[in-house]
Design a protein around this ligand. Structure first.
Ligand code: C5P
Length: 231
């Protein structure tokens, strides 16, 4: 059975949040934002290793409590200048343990509301695939293209459009090649597509959004609190 290596890129500065603290460390439902993503992956028995990718200048992770079994979540300070570079460096970090047909599953630190069922659905959907795939959500809103004056230029068809989420999971060897060639890719799928592959789209939940703006934190908090057991 191919092994699944999970990676959480958390080496960004999160400048759009307008806070002094990097986004991944902002408090959310009683824990740092990053801990929510790590906890879901750490709880999955299907995942072989969970690797958090930190900036080499990170001074926060080591001081935090580790609310999972000892050694279950590894932190590696190999973050690069782009997200793709951060992931590429972390893939190299596990090279001794990974085979080309193993899986590399990448999940944003900034998506705290991933449901375990969605993670399982993604892993099941790609099981026989030579490439891999990603969670994504079909676009529901009517789309407008605007000009620089804030006026509508045209309505863009939403047919066939999906919002790419994470996790994204690809064969380890394929993803290494893809990211080496495209260090500017904004997600793993884009790099893999550039090799001529067609990643599988697996329907995810709208809840699995990326915390980007300050108001997103309040929404994520409501979702996570509502999921807590009532007893
Ligand atoms: O900035 P954005 O929200 O797109 O970042 C997505 C994820 O990639 C975040 O979890 C962020 O910490 C991470 N990242 C990284 N290394 C970078 C830039 C972003 O690990 N150089």
């Amino acid at each position: 059975m191919p092994k699944i290596f999970a990676f959480i890129p958390a080496a960004g500065q999160g400048s759009r949040m307008g806070e002094g603290v990097p986004k991944q460390y902002l408090p959310l439902a009683g824990r740092p934002l990053l801990h929510h993503a790590a906890a879901v992956l750490a709880a999955s028995r299907r995942i072989h290793r969970v690797v958090v990718i930190l900036s080499p200048h990170d001074g926060r992770w080591a001081a935090l409590p580790q609310p999972w079994p000892r050694g279950r979540v590894e932190a590696v300070p190999v973050g690069g200048t782009t997200r793709a570079q951060s992931v590429a460096n972390a893939l190299a970090h596990v090279a001794d343990d990974a085979r080309d047909d193993d899986w590399a599953l990448v999940h944003d630190a900034a998506r705290p509301c991933l449901a375990e069922a969605s993670l399982d659905r993604l892993i099941d959907a790609v099981a026989d695939d030579t490439c891999g795939g990603l969670l994504a959500h079909p676009v529901a809103d009517t789309l407008k293209r605007g000009d620089r004056h804030g006026r509508v230029v045209e309505t863009v068809s939403r047919e066939g459009l999906w919002r790419a989420q994470t996790p994204q999971v690809f064969r380890y060897g394929l993803l290494r090649r893809a990211l080496a060639a495209r260090p500017d890719a904004t997600d793993e799928a884009q790099a893999v597509e550039a090799l001529g592959e067609h990643p599988r789209l697996v329907a995810g939940e709208a809840d699995n959004f990326k915390v980007t703006y300050p108001e997103d934190l309040a929404l994520a908090e409501r979702i996570l609190v509502a999921r807590r057991p009532t007893t």
